[in-house]
Write a protein that binds this ligand. Structure first.
Ligand code: 2NL
Length: 334
């Protein structure tokens, strides 16, 4: 048996496995030799047992050393098959999403005059999204901002604007506060080429002593000129929001010289880009800021519509489909 084991030369891992099953497996041939011990005269049993044991140990030792040898050889062969001079797989570079590009441009403009980015959750409670913003339950303005509620709870919802982020900042920070809150927001709306149930917003808030409507106007004029060029003109039209008083919509003058500008502005040359106003004192008080001491202005703008314009895209849904054929087209923007 010992000679047989020595003669057996498994040349690869598969043959080695056959060797293992034969000599070391659960039904191995050495076991049979151990079984024979009852037919051996008593005085020879000890020597017989020792010899069979030696056979077993020889098989184990051979198995272990061959296993190491063969595995090392297999690893070396695998490495040898790699062509280290072959060119690597190219790593495809992605590109920024056009919404992110547009948002970052807006953020940078406000950062230059001291606004700091504030960020928070998209799943909000009713208080931060509505009540703090002077829109209590049953307020008609809630209809315009119908949203998605979490299952089993009318308390938790997907935020309809990033004002909720600013409410959180006001609750834990005393003025001066100068923040912008960019982020994704949701509305329960039918999806079409022009509107979607999810979109992005940048809101801004400035609260301090003696903040005036003139500060708001000058800040927005600065923004319009940075965003649309040094000749940009703005106009403010009276409007209504529950959280600001007075409130206004801001339009930027693009002119009607190009066909695109004519179409976009419906022939007027003016494009509506944001809503704004002086923060309603009730909102300040709701968030723990003394409205007899402080005043503030706030504004909010949608990103998708500006991005559609910037890149001349015809359908808002393209922003959310993540089709690389669409996204690749913005690889050169930053
Ligand atoms: C729009 C109009 C607006 C605000 C957002 C705001 C935030 C705080 C307090 C008061 Cl914390 N107001 N945000 C104000 C006016 C307009 O958004 O059309 N957005 C797309």
């Amino acid at each position: 048996m010992k000679a047989a084991i020595e003669a057996d030369q498994p040349g690869d891992l598969q043959a080695l496995e056959q060797f293992r099953i034969k000599y070391l497996g659960s039904k191995n041939v050495i076991k049979a030799l151990f079984g024979e011990i009852r037919n051996i005269p008593n005085e020879q049993k000890k020597e017989y047992g020792q010899r069979v044991n030696a056979v077993k140990e020889a098989a184990e030792a051979k198995y272990n050393s061959l296993k190491q040898q063969l595995e090392t050889a297999a690893e070396e062969a695998a490495v040898k098959d790699i062509d280290l001079t072959a060119p690597g797989e190219p790593i495809e570079l992605g590109s920024r999403h056009p919404i992110a590009v547009t948002m970052n441009r807006i953020i940078r403009i406000f950062e230059r005059i001291g606004f700091v980015v504030a960020d928070d959750r998209e799943i909000e409670d009713d208080w931060h999204n509505f009540t703090a913003m002077n829109t209590p339950e049953d307020h008609p303005a809630r209809d315009m901002q119908d949203t998605f509620y979490l299952q089993n709870s009318m308390e938790m919802l997907l935020r309809t604007h990033t004002s909720s982020v600013q409410a959180r900042v006001m609750k834990h920070t005393q003025p001066p506060i100068r923040i912008i809150a960019p982020g994704r927001v949701y509305r329960n709306e039918t999806v079409s080429a022009r509107s979607h149930c999810q979109f992005h917003q940048v809101e801004g808030l400035y609260v301090d002593e003696n903040v005036s409507f003139a500060d708001l106007k000058q800040t927005l004029l600065y923004f319009a000129r940075e965003m649309f060029g040094p000749d940009a003109q703005i106009r403010l039209r009276p409007s209504y929001f529950p959280f600001t008083e007075p409130s206004a919509e801001m339009d930027v003058y693009l002119g009607t010289e190009t066909e695109k500008d004519y179409r976009l502005t419906k022939g007027t040359g003016w494009l509506e880009i944001l809503g704004c106003g002086m923060v309603d004192p009730a909102v300040l008080d709701n968030c723990g800021i003394d409205s007899t001491k402080y005043t503030g202005f706030a504004f909010g703008m949608g990103i998708e519509r500006q991005a559609l314009r910037l890149y001349d895209i015809g359908d808002i849904r393209l922003f959310f489909e993540n089709d690389v054929r669409f996204l690749k087209q913005f690889a050169s923007t930053f």
